[in-house]
Design a protein around this ligand. Structure first.
Ligand SMILES: NC(=O)c1ccc[n+]([C@@H]2O[C@H](COP(=O)([O-])OP(=O)(O)OC[C@H]3O[C@@H](n4cnc5c(N)ncnc54)[C@H](O)[C@@H]3O)[C@@H](O)[C@H]2O)c1
Length: 351
């Protein structure tokens, strides 16, 4: 790893110059004097050009391998569509770079496992941008759980639901390029936050049901328009994860589901001493039939996107800070795959 005392800036490259590269990765890298954005690569060169011009004068490329060979960056952000996360991460790790890969880690657990093994073999940091675990609420709740305030947590409810929020850009409705719908796109964020707060308990069995009822019929919603004739992912998925410790996690996720709320992104935990809700973080139990609030955080913007990026860069520089690491990314990918497999086959999947 690069020493924190090294004076020359870390040289950073980005592969995939779309909206997350712009709003999170490039805008974060430009806040630090110890980082320099030196190259942007996109299969559409004009897109790479736009991002490079917005954030300085990085070189632009449309071939990631050629970019890695010529530029030799220290750090690479992978912001391409899901289908390419494995290929681009493997290229960057094998070129000797530390990698921050967007979520999901990959398309399959086998890919995520190989990415993990490669990072270990190359001695490089591989982190995933599961930024909800970097929210101050999540951090505070993790502390409460670790301190035993909730007691034994035996039910966890995970929700990542939209009434009609099919993304109108990118390839989010294309199963071949994306790997799935709301589960792999937004459910995965809340799943990671929940597993992080729970301390990644060992999974025993997974069960799920999925539906495709609205995306193939409607064509517009909260996030613009999509083409229903090319909509190939699920609209909604409902699953249960059973842990070896006897607890269960119930997950509900949708791009389009006829519910009252426009959007719900939250997790609640029920323990034998207290319960907790993640956003905003609060811990409570019952006192003679009345709600007894033990802890509550006022909801405030805590810039979790930049906190996630910060943790990655600080980790690369040698600081012993938590990241969403390659091992945990593999576990999350296994869970996603098992939920999809159960929904497709109608059978429980043992892990
Ligand atoms: N962590 C988060 O909250 C978050 C938010 C948004 C997106 N994402 C993830 O980031 C990734 C990109 O999403 P986005 O919204 O920026 O999509 P986007 O469509 O805006 O950007 C993707 C970019 O990748 C480029 N691209 C496509 N194929 C490529 C290839 N083979 N090589 C190089 N570039 C290629 C496209 O031209 C496009 O510019 C997805 O995996 C998505 O899940 C994560």
């Amino acid at each position: 790893m690069k020493s924190a005392t090294t004076n020359s800036p870390l040289r950073v490259a980005i592969i995939g110059a779309g909206q997350v590269a712009d709003k999170v990765h490039a805008s974060y890298y430009c806040t630090r004097a110890d980082l320099e954005l030196v190259a942007v690569c996109d299969s559409r060169l004009s897109q790479a050009q736009m991002l490079a011009e917005k954030y300085g004068n990085a070189q632009v490329w449309d071939d990631p391998q050629a970019m890695l060979d010529q530029v030799k960056p220290d750090v690479v952000s992978i912001c391409s569509p899901n289908r390419f996360h494995y290929e681009h991460t493997m290229m960057a790790l094998n070129a000797g770079c530390h990698v921050m890969c967007e979520k999901p880690p990959a398309m399959t657990p086998e890919e995520a496992e190989e990415m993990c093994r490669t990072a270990r073999r190359m001695g490089k940091v591989l982190a995933y941008d599961f930024h909800h675990r970097f929210a101050l609420d999540t951090q505070m709740l993790r502390e409460q759980v670790t301190a035993g305030v909730l007691g034994e947590i035996y039910v966890t409810n995970v929700k990542a639901l939209r009434r009609c929020g099919v993304p109108g850009w990118g390839v989010f409705t294309n199963k071949e390029l994306q790997g799935g719908g709301p589960l792999i796109d937004i459910g995965i964020h809340m799943l990671d936050a929940a597993m992080y707060v729970l301390g990644f308990p060992a999974v025993k069995r997974v069960n799920a049901h999925s539906f495709q009822k609205i995306g193939t019929r409607k064509n517009s919603g909260q996030f613009g328009e999509w083409d229903p004739s090319t909509y190939t992912v699920e609209d909604a998925l409902f699953g249960t994860v059973e842990f070896h410790n006897g607890g269960i996690l119930r997950l509900e996720t949708s791009f389009a589901l006829n519910i009252v709320e426009q959007s719900v992104m939250n997790v609640n935990f029920c323990g034998d001493k207290a319960g907790a809700t993640l956003f905003p973080a609060q811990v409570y139990n019952d006192q003679s039939g009345e709600l007894n609030i033990l802890f509550k955080r006022e909801l405030a913007d805590d810039n979790r996107h930049f906190r996630s990026m910060d943790a990655f860069v600080n980790h690369v520089q040698g600081a012993p800070v938590m990241i969403a690491d390659a091992e945990q990314g593999f576990v999350i990918q296994q869970l996603v795959a098992a939920l999809y497999q159960s929904a497709e086959t109608g059978k429980s999947v043992e892990l």
